[in-house]
Design a protein around this ligand. Structure first.
Ligand SMILES: [Zn+2]
Length: 478
C-alpha cells in the first residue's frame, strides 16, 4: 500500500496598519502615491540622536485585532531590536516585539478539508515597523524610505494547518477579520498583507516532525495555495525516492509555477534581539482593553451565525455574503426592503454577483440599490413582469442606473396577462402547427414545453407563463 503523508503548515502574516502616521514618528503613513523620500523625518531616516515615540493608534489597532482573534492582551509588553543589515533598513535594526508581545494565544475558526469547523491557533500578534523599499535600476539601486516605519502587525499561527486549501481559507478568513475591523486594507496584491508559510511533510504516523522549509514572497492568495501544493508534492517525491529534505528558505516563482532556494541554513540570521532601550515597556490597562472591546463591530463569525439563524441560509451560503462587509450590508438592506431572504440571496449571488465579476467592480459602486432590487422583485410578485423579463430589466438597471418601473414602461415590457389576447395567440400557434398538435394528442407529451416556447416567442417573452400553460392545457387536452 502506498505510504500516506501528513503536511504541517504554520503561517506568518504581516499586515500594514491603516494609521494616519507611522509607527514611531509623525510622518504620514499614506505613502503609496507619494514621490520617493517625501514622507520621511530624522526618526524614520535614522539620523543620529532621533528618538522613537509609540503610535497609540497602532497599539489600539493591535489590541482590537488581538481581541477579534481571541487572543490574550498582555498588560505589559516590550519592544525589541531585531538587528540585521539591509540597505532598506537605515537604523541597522528593526523595532519589533520578541519575548513579550502585545497579544498571544488566540484562534481563528476555519473549515477543514472535510468541511468541519476547525480552530487555527494564533501564537502571537505583535507590532513592528516596516522597512523602506529598494528600487533596482540598471547596475545600481535606489532607496525610498517612505515605507520605513509604517506600522506592521505580525500574526503568527501554530503549525495547525494541514493542506494548501486550509492555508488559503485561513488567509481569506484573516483578511476578512482585518477588513471588518478596519485596521488594514489587507490587500495582498498591493503588499498591504504579506505572507510566509513554514511547511514540513512526514509519513503519516511518524511522531517526529519532518524538516521545515520556509516559503516567502507569497503575494497573492493563489500564490499561497499554488506554492504550498507544489512544495508538498516536491517533498513527497524526495521522500519516496529515499532522499532527505534540506532546511532552506524558498521563494515562489509564479511564472514558472515552482519554488526556488533563496537561502540555506548556513546563512540563517541571528538577529541578536534585545529590549529596545529607546522605548519604555508598553503598559495596557484592563479598562483600556474593555473600552476597545466596545468598539469591535459584529465580527464575521457572529454575522455568519446570525445570517444562518435569521435568514435560513446554510453556513456556506452565509459566508458567501458575509466575507465582504459591504456585500453583507447590501444583502441585509435588500432583505429589509423586500423580506424573503432566500429570494434576495438568489438574486444577489446570481445576477448581481455575475455583474460584479464581469464589470470587476465592488458592490458599493453598482448602480442598483437594495431598494431598487426590492422594487424589481415586487413587479414580479404583482404580475407586471415575469422572472425572465426581470433578469433583463436588472441588467438594464445595472447598466443605466434607471429604476425598474421606468425601464418596464419605456420598453413596454409589462407582461401580457390579458387572457383573451393570449388565447388568440394560442389559437394562432395551434393552427400553424397541426402536426405537432396531432403528435401531442397522440401521446408525445414532451411537446408541451415546445408549445409554451412558441407562445413566449410570439409575445417576445412577455406572456404570463402561468397563464400560457393554463390556456395551452385547456386547448390541447380538449
Ligand atoms: Zn518619520
Amino acid at each position: 500500500m502506498a505510504q500516506e503523508y501528513e503536511v504541517i503548515i504554520g503561517m506568518e502574516v504581516h499586515a500594514q496598519l491603516l494609521t494616519r502616521s507611522k509607527m514611531f514618528c509623525s510622518c504620514s503613513a499614506d505613502y503609496v502615491d507619494a514621490p520617493p523620500n517625501t514622507h520621511v523625518c530624522p526618526v524614520c531616516m535614522a539620523l543620529p540622536g532621533a528618538l522613537p515615540v509609540i503610535n497609540k493608534a497602532a497599539v489600539e489597532a493591535t489590541i482590537r485585532t488581538g481581541l477579534a482573534l481571541n487572543c490574550r492582551i498582555a498588560s505589559f509588553s516590550v519592544f525589541a531590536r531585531k538587528n540585521y543589515f539591509y540597505p532598506d533598513l537605515p537604523k541597522g535594526y528593526q523595532i519589533s516585539q520578541y519575548e513579550l508581545p502585545l497579544t498571544t494565544d488566540g484562534w481563528v475558526e476555519i473549515e477543514d478539508d472535510a468541511g468541519h469547523p476547525k480552530r487555527v491557533r494564533i501564537r502571537r500578534a505583535h507590532l513592528e515597523e516596516d522597512t523602506g523599499k529598494l528600487v533596482h535600476m540598471d547596475g545600481y539601486s535606489l532607496v525610498d524610505l517612505n515605507r520605513a516605519g509604517v506600522p506592521l502587525l505580525e500574526i503568527v499561527t501554530e503549525a495547525d494547518l494541514r493542506s494548501a486549501d486550509e492555508a488559503y481559507r485561513y488567509l481569506r478568513k484573516l483578511r476578512t477579520i482585518l477588513r471588518y475591523l478596519g485596521v488594514s486594507t489587507a490587500d495582498m496584491e498591493k503588499g498591504a498583507m504579506r505572507c510566509e508559510a513554514n511547511l514540513s511533510v512526514r509519513p503519516k504516523g511518524q511522531k517526529t516532525l519532518g524538516t521545515k522549509v520556509e516559503i516567502k514572497n507569497l503575494n497573492s492568495f493563489k500564490a499561497v495555495r499554488d506554492a504550498i501544493a507544489y512544495e508538498v508534492q516536491r517533498q513527497v517525491r524526495i521522500l519516496e525516492e529515499g532522499g532527505t529534505i534540506e532546511q532552506v528558505t524558498l521563494g515562489w516563482d509564479a511564472s514558472r509555477g515552482r519554488t526556488f532556494v533563496q537561502r540555506t541554513k548556513e546563512e540563517a540570521h541571528d538577529y541578536r534581539y534585545f529590549p529596545e532601550p529607546d522605548l519604555l515597556p508598553l503598559e495596557v490597562s484592563q479598562e483600556w482593553v474593555e473600552a476597545l472591546r466596545e468598539t469591535l463591530p459584529e465580527l464575521p463569525d457572529a454575522k455568519m451565525d446570525r445570517f444562518v439563524r435569521e435568514y435560513g441560509l446554510s453556513r456556506k451560503e452565509a459566508w458567501i455574503v458575509v466575507e465582504e462587509q459591504d456585500v453583507a450590508q447590501w444583502y441585509e438592506a435588500a432583505v429589509r426592503a423586500y423580506g424573503a431572504p432566500r429570494q434576495v440571496y438568489n438574486w444577489l449571488t446570481g445576477e448581481i454577483f455575475r455583474y460584479l465579476n464581469e464589470a470587476n467592480v465592488p458592490i458599493d459602486e453598482i448602480r442598483v440599490t437594495p431598494e431598487g432590487l426590492a422594487e424589481l422583485l415586487r413587479l414580479v410578485d404583482d404580475g407586471t413582469i415575469n422572472r425572465n423579463t426581470a433578469k433583463s430589466v436588472l441588467q438594464e438597471m445595472l447598466a443605466t442606473g434607471k429604476d425598474a418601473r421606468t425601464i418596464v414602461e419605456e420598453q413596454g415590457l409589462a407582461q401580457v396577462s390579458d387572457e383573451a389576447a393570449l388565447a388568440s395567440i394560442v389559437e394562432e400557434i395551434l393552427a400553424a402547427h397541426p402536426d405537432e398538435v396531432r403528435r401531442y394528442r397522440a401521446g408525445k407529451k414532451g411537446l408541451f414545453g415546445w408549445f409554451v416556447g412558441q407562445v413566449m416567442r410570439a409575445t417576445r417573452g412577455k406572456a404570463n407563463p402561468d397563464l400560457v400553460r393554463k390556456l395551452l392545457q385547456e386547448r390541447l387536452n380538449e
